[in-house]
Design a protein around this ligand. Structure first.
Ligand code: FES
Length: 162
């Protein structure tokens, strides 16, 4: 009887030991499984926030003052380098184009004598309206919105079709 009493607690300790080990193993597996979740959540939230950032509209001013002595005004809107080209007709809105080649992202140069944008990376060219003049780019330059408002011309980070 005494022998049985001493064996019984030993068996229970072994079971308890296995239970602790199984709990530890399960806890470790759960932590390993769930650990990346906060990182992934953080990346998702910060990426979403970055996508929501849109540049504030930029007041360019009175067109006659803005284009005094030039047909092209270079400016920055958010992270974009932009050129605003005077409209050929007074009543038309100027064209604003993002100076980023649509082939591989190089900065394009405005050549007023040829009325073309030239990309020095691979020789691509664009017309003054942003349409493709010479391959390899196949997509036009991104065109931004310019509006006549009471405060003058205002540049918006809203992409338009060329
Ligand atoms: S990046 Fe402009 S032509 Fe390739």
């Amino acid at each position: 009887m005494t022998e049985d009493m001493t064996e019984q607690p030993t068996l229970s300790e072994a079971q308890e030991e296995r239970r602790r080990f199984a709990t530890l193993l399960l806890g470790g597996a759960l932590i390993a499984y769930a650990a990346p979740f906060p990182v992934v959540l953080w990346q998702y939230l910060t990426a979403s926030a970055a996508r929501r950032i849109v540049a504030e509209p930029k007041v360019l001013g009175n067109p006659s003052t803005l284009f005094a002595g030039t047909e092209a005004v270079f400016t920055k809107l958010g992270s974009k380098n932009v050129v605003v080209l005077r409209a050929e007709q007074e009543q038309d809105a100027p064209k604003a184009l993002h100076l980023r080649c649509t082939h591989a992202g190089c900065t394009v140069e405005w050549q007023p004598n040829r009325r073309r944008f030239v990309c020095h990376c691979h020789g691509g060219e664009f017309h003054a309206d942003g349409s493709v003049a010479k391959l390899p780019p196949t997509q036009p330059l991104e065109r931004l919105l310019v509006k006549h408002e009471a405060r003058g011309l205002v540049l918006y980070d809203v992409a338009l079709e060329p």
